[in-house]
Design a protein around this ligand. Structure first.
Ligand code: SF4
Length: 407
């Protein structure tokens, strides 16, 4: 998830109820075919929805030996965009693949590059929906931030992604394809890190998210190390536990944004059904099962959650979870009435955390001269497509449908 004006990334989920195991499991994605035979009858498939097993099954059903799957995957994750390039595959097989399998489904409809090298891509899918993907260069590191949903159902009050709510889930293949687009954008340098912090709540599109993680991590896939993959959530306790049980060594980031339930409920509508104490329990479970400490993300909103008392309270939560804390000074979104915290308040907040023994950092803003806050590029593109709706929220005090009043 990423709210904030920079590359800070977002997350969110669906139109359903956030709290409770039943509600959370109902949100899990349905876009992850397990077997080729389940998904390929009479329809085209994205190559990114296939894994090594299902691809082998597909090719076997065409009478091809298993090693063809290995050859094909090498081409795919080396970035081939046409089967015709795959010269070690026989022509009849290439033709059959062309007739049945998509190598790319997205079109890049907008590309923005910031002075610091941050690149933001707006991808359009065949159904006309769009999603955002960001590439952040930093020294040797190349990090991409991918979206898991089109829009966001959580509706955090400070975030552009929640404007307009959820449109649909992204499939595992669409998530992986975003990573491939980012990989192409940074070539010849290799993509090194990946964060699920774009539009959408990853754990509310659970199945697709986990399938995408496995492909991104796989040696036959993008081969990004599990410890360099981060899934960010506003906190769905039962899905956090489920993720812990997957035996993946990925990092889980919890977007807290407020140290008390009362304030959190004003900022994150879904927090009305989940208490911080439940998140602490789920976070501890994640640590026990994976040995990976949960990271806390905290967007600092000027005058709202950046006081000394709130820093002390956040320190208490962080110590209970043994968490590092990433502080993200808010970058204003033009249609929302929140402001960036003052620099001295950010410094004091950080010091209070450190004095409490918490390992805390301020996350540098990236891509400030482009629409880098999650959802902004997509939202702006939508407004351009519908110029009659440019004045959606003319009054900062106006209640946004589906959101609590701005505190
Ligand atoms: S509205 Fe959605 S995308 Fe935005 S910060 Fe909240 S959970 Fe993340």
């Amino acid at each position: 998830m990423s709210p904030v004006g920079s590359i800070t990334m977002n997350h969110s989920a669906h139109k359903g109820q956030p709290g409770g195991a039943a509600g959370e499991s109902a949100m899990a994605g349905q876009h992850a075919p397990e077997r080729a035979s389940d998904s390929l009858v009479g329809q085209r498939v994205s190559v990114f929805d296939l894994n090594a097993v299902s691809l082998r099954e597909l090719l076997a059903s065409w009478g091809e030996p298993a090693y063809r799957a290995t050859q094909l995957l090498e081409w795919v994750y080396r970035g081939a965009t046409r089967f015709a390039e795959m010269t070690n595959l026989a022509k009849p097989l290439r033709e059959k693949l062309t007739a049945n399998v998509d190598l790319r489904r997205s079109q890049i409809v907008r590309r923005q590059e910031a002075r610091d090298g941050t690149i933001k891509l707006l991808l359009r899918w065949p159904d006309g929906q769009t999603s955002e993907t960001v590439l952040i260069p930093e020294g040797e590191r190349r990090t991409t931030c991918v979206s898991t949903q089109v829009g966001c159902p959580v509706g955090c009050v400070f975030c552009a992604s929640g404007l307009g709510g959820l449109k649909r889930q992204l499939s595992a293949g669409e998530i992986v394809e975003q990573a491939m687009r980012a990989s192409e954008a940074c070539a010849p340098v290799r993509l090194s890190n990946l964060v699920f912090m774009g539009l959408g709540e990853p754990l509310a599109n659970y199945q697709a998210t986990v399938q995408a993680v496995r492909t991104i991590n796989a040696e036959w896939g993008l081969a990004i190390g599990a410890r360099k993959i981060t899934v960010s959530t506003v906190g769905l306790p039962s899905q956090m536990r489920r993720l812990a049980d997957e035996a993946l060594q990925i990092t889980l980031a919890l977007s807290l944004h407020a140290p008390t339930d009362e304030l959190r409920r004003q900022i994150i509508p879904w927090a009305k059904r989940v208490e911080i104490a439940e998140l602490i329990d789920a976070g501890r479970y994640y640590f026990e099962k994976t040995g990976r400490e949960v990271t806390l993300e905290y967007v600092l909103l000027g005058g709202l959650n950046d006081s000394a008392e709130q820093a002390v309270a956040l320190g208490r939560v962080a110590r209970q979870l043994r968490s590092n804390v990433n502080l993200i000074p808010y970058n204003p979104v033009e249609m929302l009435p929140f402001c960036r915290p003052r620099e001295q308040d950010v410094g004091h907040f950080l010091n209070h955390l450190r004095e409490a023994g918490v390992n805390a950092h301020i996350r540098a803003s990236r891509g400030l001269d482009i629409d880098a806050a999650c959802g902004q590029l997509r939202y702006r593109q939508g407004l351009e497509a519908r110029p009659d709706q440019t004045n959606v929220f003319p009054d900062p005090n106006q209640t946004v449908p589906g959101r609590p009043p701005v505190p």
